[in-house]
Design a protein around this ligand. Structure first.
Ligand SMILES: Cc1cc2nc3c(=O)[nH]c(=O)nc-3n(C[C@H](O)[C@H](O)[C@H](O)COP(=O)(O)OP(=O)(O)OC[C@H]3O[C@@H](n4cnc5c(N)ncnc54)[C@H](O)[C@@H]3O)c2cc1C
Length: 373
C-alpha cells in the first residue's frame, strides 16, 4: 500500500501524462502517476519521434504557436532531464524537410507553407521551398525524381523511448509516486476533491489530470469533461543501421542516433485494429525509396503499428472541468513534440489551478459537446 492522499493525480503514464506529472512534481506538488499497463493502447511506445513544427496548425494559429513554443522548450527540458537523470533523449534540432515527390506535391506544399506563414502573423515563420542541387546538398542521396522540399529551421527529432524513460525517472527522482498496473476503474468527484479508485486502492487529491490517451474518451464524462478522441493507426518500418547519411529528419524518414532509418507512416481509420498490412508497408517503403533510392539496399528489421490519439479536428484538447474544477484533461497526437510545453507550461498552469486565457481555443467546447453526449 502506498500513501492515499496527493496534491495531484495524473491518470496515464504515456508521454503526455509523464510530461505533466514530471512538471507538477518539479513544481513541488506531491504527485501520483497511475498507469493501466502493457495491455493498454500506448501511442508513446510506437511513434516516429519527430519534434515537428512545419506541418502543424494550418487554420489554427494557436496550435502553430503552441507547437513552436514546445520546440523552444525542448532543449531546456532535454538538458534538465539529462542533468537530473543521466538519460539523454537524443534531441537534435537541425531543421527538417518535407519531401515532395512530384510537381503536384510541391505546388500543394508551397501553397500550404505560404498559408501557414500568413496565419503565423507576428510570430513569423521562416521557411523555404528548395529544389535541385541545393536540396541534394542538404540531403545527400536524394532521388532524381524528387521535385523539391519545404524546409524550416524549427524541426527536429528525439528518441521517444528515452524521453519516456527520462520523464519517468525524473518524476520518481523528484519524489513522485508511480503506480503501474493501476487501471482507474472508478471515481467520485466534487469540486477540488477527487477520489480515484485503482488497483484495489482509493486515492484522494484536489487535482486530477486525465492523460490516458484513448482511455480519456471513457474517463472524461465521469469528471464533467469531454474528450472525443478516436484511434488512427500508423505503421512504421525500421531498417538495419546505415552509414550516417541523413543530415536532418524528414516528415516520413529519419535516422536514429543509433543509425537505423525509421520509415513512416500511414494514417488509417481502422478503429482499434493494431494489425499491419502489406499494402501500407509497401506504400511506406515505395515512398522512401523514391525519396532516397539507396534505402532499397537496406534490410527491414522491424515493423509495427500503433494508434494515434486523434480529436475530430486533429488538434489537441486541453480543458478544466466546469462542473468539477480541479479536473483537467490533456489529449494530443503529437506527444513527443509537445513534451517540452506540457512539462514547462501546461503543468505550471495546472499547478496554479487555471488554464491561461490563450488556452481557450483548445477547449472541447469547440465540438458539439451536447449532441456528442
Ligand atoms: C505511428 C505514430 C507515429 C507518431 N509520430 C509522432 C511523432 O513523430 N511526433 C510526435 O510528436 N508524436 C507522434 N505520435 C503521437 C504520439 O505518440 C502521441 O501523441 C502520444 O504518444 C500520446 O501520448 P499519451 O500519453 O496521450 O497516450 P498513450 O501513449 O496512449 O498513453 C496513455 C496511457 O494511459 C494509460 N491508460 C489508459 N486508460 C487508463 C485508465 N483507465 N487508467 C489508468 N491508465 C490508463 C495507458 O496505460 C497508457 O500508458 C505518433 C503516433 C503514432 C501512433
Amino acid at each position: 500500500m502506498i500513501r492515499s492522499s496527493f496534491d495531484a493525480i495524473v491518470i496515464g503514464g504515456g508521454l503526455v501524462g509523464a510530461a505533466i506529472a514530471y512538471g507538477l512534481q518539479r513544481q513541488g506538488l506531491a504527485t501520483l502517476l497511475l498507469d493501466e499497463g502493457d495491455i493498454a493502447f500506448r501511442a508513446s511506445r510506437g511513434n516516429f519521434g519527430l519534434v515537428w513544427v512545419q506541418s502543424k496548425g494550418l487554420g489554427a494559429p494557436h496550435y502553430q504557436r503552441w507547437t513552436r513554443g514546445s520546440a523552444e522548450e525542448w532543449p531546456k527540458l532535454a538538458a534538465e532531464l539529462q542533468q537530473r537523470t543521466g538519460i539523454g533523449t537524443g534531441l537534435q534540432q537541425p531543421g527538417g524537410v518535407h519531401i515532395c515527390l512530384d510537381e503536384e506535391e510541391f505546388a500543394q506544399r508551397d501553397a500550404y507553407m505560404a498559408q501557414l506563414r500568413r496565419e503565423a502573423g507576428n510570430l513569423g515563420l521562416e521557411y523555404r521551398m528548395i529544389r535541385g542541387a541545393e536540396a541534394r546538398d542538404m540531403l545527400p542521396g536524394l532521388g532524381p525524381g524528387v521535385a523539391g522540399v519545404s524546409w524550416t529551421p524549427y524541426d527536429g527529432h528525439a528518441s521517444p523511448l528515452y524521453l519516456l524513460r527520462a520523464l519517468h525517472t525524473g518524476f520518481t527522482g523528484a519524489g513522485g509516486t508511480y503506480r503501474p498496473d493501476a487501471r482507474v476503474d472508478g471515481a467520485a468527484c466534487a469540486p477540488h476533491d477527487f477520489r480515484i479508485d485503482a488497483a484495489g486502492q482509493s486515492f484522494r487529491s484536489p487535482r486530477v489530470v486525465l492523460a490516458a490517451g484513448l482511455g480519456n474518451a471513457d474517463l472524461a464524462p465521469q469528471f464533467g469533461l469531454h474528450a472525443p478522441v478516436r484511434p488512427q493507426r500508423g505503421q512504421i518500418l525500421v531498417t538495419e543501421r546505415a552509414r550516417n547519411l541523413m543530415l536532418m529528419p524528414t516528415t516520413t524518414i529519419r535516422q536514429t542516433e543509433e543509425g537505423s532509418l525509421m520509415l513512416g507512416d500511414s494514417k488509417e481509420e481502422v478503429g482499434f485494429d493494431l494489425g499491419q498490412t502489406p499494402e501500407a508497408m509497401k506504400m511506406i517503403a515505395n515512398r522512401a525509396v523514391r525519396a532516397f533510392p539507396w534505402v532499397a539496399d537496406l534490410n527491414i528489421v522491424r515493423a509495427w503499428s500503433a494508434l494515434r490519439v486523434m480529436a475530430p479536428d486533429g488538434l489537441p484538447i486541453y480543458d478544466q472541468s466546469l462542473r468539477y474544477p480541479g479536473a483537467f484533461t490533456a489529449n494530443c497526437h503529437s506527444g513527443v513534440t509537445l513534451a517540452g510545453i506540457h512539462a514547462n507550461r501546461l503543468a505550471p498552469m495546472i499547478a496554479a489551478g487555471q488554464l491561461e486565457p490563450d488556452m481557450a481555443p483548445f477547449s472541447a467546447e469547440r465540438f458539439d459537446v451536447r449532441s456528442a453526449a
